[in-house]
Structure formats: structure tokens, C-alpha cells
Write a protein that binds this ligand. Structure first.
Ligand SMILES: Cc1ncc(COP(=O)(O)O)c(C=O)c1O
Length: 449
């Protein structure tokens, strides 16, 4: 079966050019660093689009499929524009994501609103923008959403998020489908949730079920298990309540290759496992074909993104490691510190030089745990070298912070030799723009600029 974008560490357009520099999207990466500064998030448009097209193609043998992008992985107005163009919808999880999508003129009827503690303000915003579905997560939310919908006199299409009881072998912080997860209804609570909707929530239309089992998943069989659990629930609900549900949302979760040891399945393999399990179980339970929805995040954007850093200081520990420090780290990429995530990096201005040393690439933040890569094999590095860390398109910018009061990096998109800013670099002025000094503290000792 053909390989897909999530199975290769690098963006699809990655090359080494005649200057011996790394090239992505037809742009010399060293020139990008000079033009836009570092740290710099770089996204390859062709990789994102190719991945979207691979998802569409992989599910094309089934007539009723919606592909969404889980925008928590990377959310900006520009990515919304690309996904809209590729015919994707969005899985959104906050007022901020809803606001970003609607400000980018994204068709909001293609958006699903997920989350375990949505506020009334967020639910109201979702309904005002004409969101396609709300994925209800708990009993409190059923009541809350119904009362908001009643006050607006509108009908809302909902799906119930269930905890399917499937454990996948990923980091425990990104497992979500096991039984004591904070997300969704336990299977033993589904009937009560349906009764509540049927009997006391005239403004909610129950359309289907949602199950998401985790992230950075390499096993395919867990998706077959998920399909089986959901189809069995559809049959049980039909038999008990006489309701034929129309839609099953299988979440996201497909893993990507961060380092050469990672061996994720292709998008085609996952689709085949899902569709085979679906067809078998629909026959077994004598159910009509429902609409299926998938909402990958990481696998759409991770491999399209790289982060560029400039080398500054270095330190050789006597008889120990060599640390090479760069101008970013855990605030622009918290994953190594949070999940012990591993990455692969190269020196972009020495892209065709052999590795000459094993170094630890350290961030600039005031935490010993701020290490981007342990034991990186690099050509000899010197201050001013540009380090490119691959596969940083997902859960990097979206999880970034201003720790140590460092402005967030800029983000650009590259395509056919052209580069464009999609996220402006933050300034010191941006950092203080929301600070307020109360009048009574100004009098004495604050010398303000
Ligand atoms: C409900 C839901 N859907 C989709 C996703 C996207 O997962 P991934 O980025 O692993 O594809 C997540 C991420 O945790 C999620 O919680």
C-alpha cells in the first residue's frame, strides 16, 4: 500500500539545494531564517494539502464520510483557509477556536464542538455562529445546552461522546478512550443520557455517537475495536429506544513519524481497517450505513511543520555531554518536557555534511528539563548555525507559551518558492499589552516607560 505523509519525518518537498542548504517548499531554509528571524515555525503547504487529499482518497469507497481537522493541533486563520479549500470541516474545542474559524469565514456548519467543560458563553457563541454539531460530553452539558437552545428557540444537532473502554498504547496523557477517562459517557451511562435527551430536552436532536481513543496511535486494530463498540451501541439503542442513529464520529489519533524508529500505519491502512470493520458490523447488526466522521489533527499538520533555531552558546561538561543551546525551546515546543517526546534535527546550513559529534540540543528557558533533543548526531556546530527540527507542526504553536517572558516565534507558510507570514512574531510590546498596573501601585516606585 502507498506510503502517506504521516509516515515520513520530513515535509514532502524537503531537499538539499546546490548551496548545501536545506530546502523546503522550494525555499532555502537558511534564507528563511535570515529573512524572518528565529525561532521560526515553517509550514509546507504542499504537505498539508497532500495529507488532506490522502484522507479523502483513503475513505473514497464509502459514500458518506466527513473529514474534519482537529484544530487543537494547530489553529490559525491561514490553516482554516487551506482546510476549507480541501473540503475539510473542523473539530473545535473552545470559544477561541470557534472565533478563529468564523473570523476566517470557515463554513461553521462543517464544525463540531467538542470538550468536557464547555462554558455557557462558548455554547452560545457556537450556536450563534451556526455550528454543525455539538458533541455533548456529560449530563451537566445536556441540561445546559438544552436550556440555551430553548432560550434561543433553536434546534441543535448533537452527538454523544462515549468512553469506549479501549486502551491504546500511547503516552498516558494522550490516552482518552480508557474507562476512567475524564471525557464522555461511560457505556453504562448512555441509556440515561438518551432518556434525558428524549424526555427533557426537546431542543436537542440526537444524531449519533462519538468515540476518540487517544493520540499518536500506531496500532490499527484499536480502530476496528472502536467501530465494533460503536456499531454495537447503535444496534442496542435501536432495539431499546427505536432510534436509528445516523452518524458515528471516530475521533482522530493516527500517529506520525517523529524519529526513524517510529513506524505509524498509513492513512490508507487506517481507512481500510475502519471501513472493513464497519461493513462487517453493519451486516452483523443489520444496520443501515451511517455517516462516518473522522477528525485527525496531528497527522494532518505535524510532518508539514519544522522549527528553525539559531545556535548560540555551547557547553562541554568535562567527561560528559556537550550541550548546544538554541534560541527557543520548551515555550515554543513543550512536548519533550511534557511527554518525553523525541525529535530529529539537522543543521540546515550544513545539510550535506556528515555527522561529527553527538550533542544535546538544549533550549534557552530556565528549566533543566528544557532539552529539545538528546544525543543528536550533528556536523560540528558553531554559533550562528541554523538547526531545523522536523515534525513540529502539531501541538507546538498551539501549546506554546510566553514562559520567561519570551515573545512567541513567527510562523510562515512556504509553497513553490514563495514564503508568507501566517503568524506574526510577538514583540516585547505584545508581552505587556495586557498588563495593568493598578493606580495605587504606580505612585511610589514604578518607573514606567
Ligand atoms: C476528541 C478529539 N478528536 C480528535 C483529536 C485529534 O487527535 P490527533 O491529533 O491525535 O489526531 C483529539 C486529540 O486529542 C481529540 O481529543
Amino acid at each position: 500500500m502507498q506510503n502517506t505523509v504521516n509516515q515520513s519525518i520530513m515535509p514532502v518537498t524537503t531537499k538539499i539545494n546546490n548551496n548545501g542548504h536545506l530546502e523546503i517548499g522550494g525555499c532555502d531554509v537558511v534564507e528563511l531564517a535570515e529573512t524572518y528571524g528565529t525561532p521560526l515555525y515553517v509550514f509546507d503547504e504542499e504537505t498539508v494539502r497532500k495529507c488532506c487529499q490522502q484522507y479523502k482518497e483513503a475513505f473514497s469507497s464509502y459514500s458518506n464520510v466527513s473529514t474534519l481537522f482537529a484544530s487543537k493541533a494547530f489553529m490559525t486563520q491561514a490553516i482554516c483557509a487551506i482546510l476549507k479549500d480541501e473540503g475539510f470541516g473542523l473539530d473545535v474545542v473552545s470559544g477561541g477556536e470557534i472565533y478563529t474559524a468564523s473570523s476566517a469565514n470557515f463554513p461553521m456548519n462543517r464544525c463540531y464542538f467538542n470538550g468536557n467543560n464547555k462554558s455557557s458563553e462558548e455554547l452560545e457563541l457556537a450556536l450563534e455562529t451556526g455550528i454543525g454539531r455539538i458533541t455533548v460530553d456529560n449530563f451537566f452539558e445536556i441540561d445546559l445546552l438544552n436550556s440555551i437552545a430553548q432560550s434561543k428557540n433553536i434546534q441543535v444537532d448533537v452527538i454523544l461522546r462515549i468512553t469506549p473502554g479501549i486502551e491504546c498504547h500511547t503516552h498516558e496523557y494522550i490516552q482518552t478512550g480508557h474507562l476512567d477517562s475524564k471525557f464522555g459517557f461511560d457505556l453504562t451511562q448512555v441509556d440515561e443520557a438518551i432518556e434525558l435527551i428524549k424526555e427533557r430536552c426537546p431542543n436537542l436532536n440526537l444524531k449519533g455517537l462519538h468515540g476518540h481513543i487517544g493520540s499518536q496511535i500506531f496500532e490499527t486494530y484499536v480502530y476496528a475495536d472502536l467501530v465494533e463498540v460503536i456499531v454495537a451501541e447503535f444496534a442496542r439503542i435501536r432495539d431499546k429506544f427505536g432510534i436509528t442513529l445516523e452518524e458515528m464520529n471516530l475521533g482522530g489519533g493516527l500517529g506520525v513519524q517523529y524519529i526513524s524508529e517510529d513506524d505509524p500505519p498509513s492513512i490508507y491502512e487506517i481507512a481500510e481497517v475502519i471501513l472493513t470493520a464497519l461493513r462487517q458490523n453493519l451486516v452483523k447488526y443489520e444496520l443501515p450505513e451511517p455517516k462516518i466522521v473522522v477528525e485527525p489533527g496531528r497527522s494532518i499538520v505535524s510532518n508539514a511543520g519544522v522549527t528553525l533555531y539559531t545556535v548560540g552558546s555551547s557547553k562541554q561538561v568535562p567527561e560528559g555531554k556537550k550541550y548546544v543551546a538554541v534560541d527557543g525551546g520548551m515555550a515554543d515546543n513543550p512536548r519533550p518536557a511534557m511527554y518525553q517526546a523525541k525529535y530529529y534535527g539537522v543543521v540546515a546550513n550544513k545539510a550535506n555534511e556528515e555527522a561529527a559529534e553527538t550533542v544535546t540540543i538544549a533550549g534557552r528557558y530556565c528549566e533543566s528539563g528544557d532539552i529539545l533533543i538528546n544525543d543528536a548526531e550533528l556536523p560540528e556546530t558553531e554559533p550562528g548555525d541554523i538547526i531545523c527540527i522536523y515534525c513540529t507542526g502539531a501541538y507546538n504553536y498551539s501549546m506554546s507559551s510566553n514562559y520567561n517572558r519570551v515573545p512567541r516565534p513567527a510562523g510562515i507558510i512556504v509553497h513553490d518558492g514563495q514564503s508568507d507570514v501566517i503568524i506574526k512574531r510577538e514583540t516585547y510590546q505584545d508581552l505587556i499589552s495586557l498588563d495593568v498596573i493598578p493606580e495605587r501601585l504606580k505612585k511610589n516606585n514604578c518607573h514606567l516607560v
